[in-house]
Design a protein around this ligand. Sequence first.
Ligand code: MLT
Ligand code: MN
Length: 309
Amino acid sequence: MHVIVLGAAAGGGFPQWNDGAPVARRAWAGDPAAPRRTQSSIAVTADPPGRPGPDGTRRWVLFNCSPDIRQQIIATPGLHPGPGLRQSPIADIVLTNGDIDHIGGLLTLRERTAFGLWASAAIHGILRDNPIFNVLADGVVDRRVLPLQETATIAGLEVTLFPVPGKVPLYLEGAEVEIGGESEATVGVAVRDPQTGGLLHYVPGCAAMPDHLKRRLAQGDALLFDGTLWTDDEMVALGVGQKTGRRMGHMSISGADGTLAKLADLPVAHRLFVHINTTNPVLLADSPERQAVEAAGWQVAEDGTELQL
Ligand code: MLT
Ligand code: MN
């Protein structure tokens, strides 16, 4: 399979529209060591370039659909429309949660072109409860429930959703918020190419690393994982927010409970951070935090980063 990171940043992108803190300032200034990144999404195809799918195009599956989808399509020639007058190689879209950075782009894909939309029943429920998503017309967009732990073949890829510790989307938080529960609200995805045997795990949001999750992730050839924050109190310490990573449902990269420590011995060839928040110093190519991540065998994804599995 061919994997392209369409957007490596977390919600709001890098830099966020109102972020004037030091890391983002370098992106605003166009510093080449601080490349800008769009919001969280990847594209995957099992169709080799010379051997298209049944309808004559190379079918791509998007995992999450960010508000930056139009810009991401422009930047990715394989996703350009055609060959028909109203035809897109985007065959299907799979959602991992209901966050705005993962569903907002659906509103851009409203021009009556068919695709399959796959998610847990809970995430489909959120879309149904928000009538603005009815622009994805029934009879055109095929909404398919993908129950957790069941495998569906989607455009030639074997796709399985599995629960990870998380929380409900920010806009659905009530007075009491459960953080770190495992439910349909936040999932990871296993994507397997039955032709090559390549196995990708994509987990853009994850609040903790229980042993059973680590055992699952160890089976893959590649892991694209939640790189939201470097330290849990990063936004508080910078004075740009009140929330910790934990409160937002994200484990951090550093620290005793962080991803580098928890997955230090993970036998996975390709390990990349995605969903990176605008405050995270790993976004800077010349930062000590970036050096630490790379020394631990991880890569910090950029928009356009590709993998072949
Ligand atoms: C998150 O990943 O924590 C959310 O995208 C945050 C948000 O919705 O602002
Ligand atoms: Mn997010």
